[in-house]
Design a protein around this ligand. Structure first.
Ligand code: PLP
Ligand code: ZN
Length: 428
């Protein structure tokens, strides 16, 4: 890397460097590509740079992704395709402290992004890059949220988007977004893992720019979940960062963000990353329990459709994130996920099922003694409650889904009937 180039694209396997402005998202050798940065500042100067709205310019000052452009994609910031996105709240609720057993638990709510999930953070960078390389079309495979984000950002950029989703397995809110924003939506007769294989083959053949989670620019955008969290904590790293894990894009991005943050002296110690999977889609947790001997793909099954993935694409990088931070991987059941979701919802916070895996994981880690008393914990809520209204309907109408369902009350159209109904519920 020359002293004037602030970033380069490097192969994880053969270490070949590629120019940054080219359309390939994999090395010629088949290896995954990663962005290697050379920021102009370190330590206090880099932290001060992130706070300097006037130097950053209006677009970067407004976006929780482009604020960190210096270590994300420094060359694109002024012309980024940005909603803006990020700037998500870090929440605290006493009720969830009590339920999880962790005092002062912080929730980073990525459902507050423009299309309702953290996928917007990766997509603003990837679609900006698609424009930069002159892509004629962009494509991804998705369990739903990636397609919603891609559809929105491609519409903003004026580039056709093609999304490959598993037929009948995408939650209603996500499908609605892809259609509304105008993406060409292919309902593939197969699961997410089949979609991922197909989109790579189609991309190679048709010359379409791929924005799957192996796209190195998406991971750069997703790093900003951690960077923004650390900035909200005045750069005092917590002891744990707990995140739901499916394809392991976030697990990989978080590890990279933390390693870089320590290298450039933004923080002085590494939090442990805890990745939480659904029991029916837990190949990463299974590999962890065998000392990461190897990945054994599974046929994934869980109500948490955003993490219904049996063959995670970023496995090797996910392993590195867990090992480098001395973290762990665990699985929770769908019943535990729904119970955690019901708590998050009832606290007035709300999230989609996959997101609640993180809170279920926090409780499991507290009960097992992995999280010790007094440790500082931040958990990521990955998506918005309204992404999956179908599961909310089932939770509160069907028997046995959650401990205390909130049943809708049929009532006659008379004040007397309303009085009696409210009285039964303890009001009046
Ligand atoms: C994509 C997604 C996940 C899984 O993230 P990975 O990076 O694939 O591990 C979890 N929750 C939600 C809401 C998502 O959209
Ligand atoms: Zn290579």
């Amino acid at each position: 890397m020359t002293s004037t180039s602030r970033m380069v694209v490097r192969c994880d396997d053969c270490r070949t460097d590629w120019p940054e402005a080219q359309p390939r998202t994999r090395c010629a050798c088949g290896g995954l590509l990663a962005i290697v940065h050379q920021p102009r500042f370190h330590g206090d100067a880099l932290r001060a740079h992130f706070d300097d709205d006037r130097a950053l310019g209006p677009l970067s000052a407004a976006s929780g992704v482009w604020r960190f452009a210096e270590i994300v994609q420094p060359l694109s910031a002024p012309r980024a395709v940005s909603h803006p996105e990020g700037n998500t709240p870090l929440l605290h609720r006493d009720r969830l402290d009590r339920w999880s057993g962790v005092e002062g638990l912080r929730l980073k709510h990525e459902g507050h992004n423009p299309t309702g999930s953290f996928k917007d953070r990766g997509m603003t960078v990837a679609v900006t890059q698609a424009v930069r390389v002159g892509a004629r079309a962009v494509a991804c495979a998705s369990t739903g949220n990636t397609s919603a984000a891609l559809a929105a950002y491609a519409a903003q950029a004026g580039i056709p988007a093609i999304v490959f989703v598993p037929a009948g397995q995408v939650a209603m809110g996500k499908m609605a977004q892809a259609l509304a924003y105008g993406a060409i939506t292919l309902l593939v007769e197969g699961d997410f893992d089949a979609c991922l294989r197909l989109v790579q083959e189609a991309g190679d053949e048709l010359g379409i720019y791929l924005v799957n989670s192996i796209n190195p620019f998406r991971l750069e955008g997703q790093k900003t979940i951690v960077l923004e969290l650390l900035r909200q904590l005045d750069w005092q790293a917590p002891d744990w960062i707990v995140v739901p894990a499916g394809n392991l894009g976030n697990t990989a991005a978080f590890g990279k963000a933390l390693a870089e943050a320590r290298q450039w002296r933004l923080i002085d110690r590494l939090p442990k990353i805890a990745a939480v999977q659904a029991g029916g889609a837990a190949p990463f947790a299974a590999a962890f329990s065998r000392g990461f001997d190897r990945l054994v793909p599974v046929q994934a099954e869980t109500l948490a459709t955003a993490i219904r993935i049996g063959d995670p694409a970023s496995y090797a990088r996910g392993v590195r994130s867990i090992q480098e931070t001395a973290g762990c991987v665990l699985a929770v059941t769908d019943a535990e996920i729904l119970e955690a979701k019901a708590e998050i919802d009832a606290a007035g916070v709300g999230c989609e099922p996959a997101s609640a895996a993180s809170l279920a994981g926090v409780r499991a880690l507290q009960l097992s003694g992995s999280i010790r008393p007094g440790e500082r914990v931040a958990a990521v809520l990955t998506g918005h409650l309204l992404k999956d209204p179908g599961i909310v309907d089932r939770m509160h109408r069907e028997d046995g889904m959650i401990p205390t369902p909130n049943r809708p009350e049929p009532v006659a159209a008379s004040l007397d009937a309303i009085r009696r109904a409210l009285h039964r519920r303890g009001v009046g």
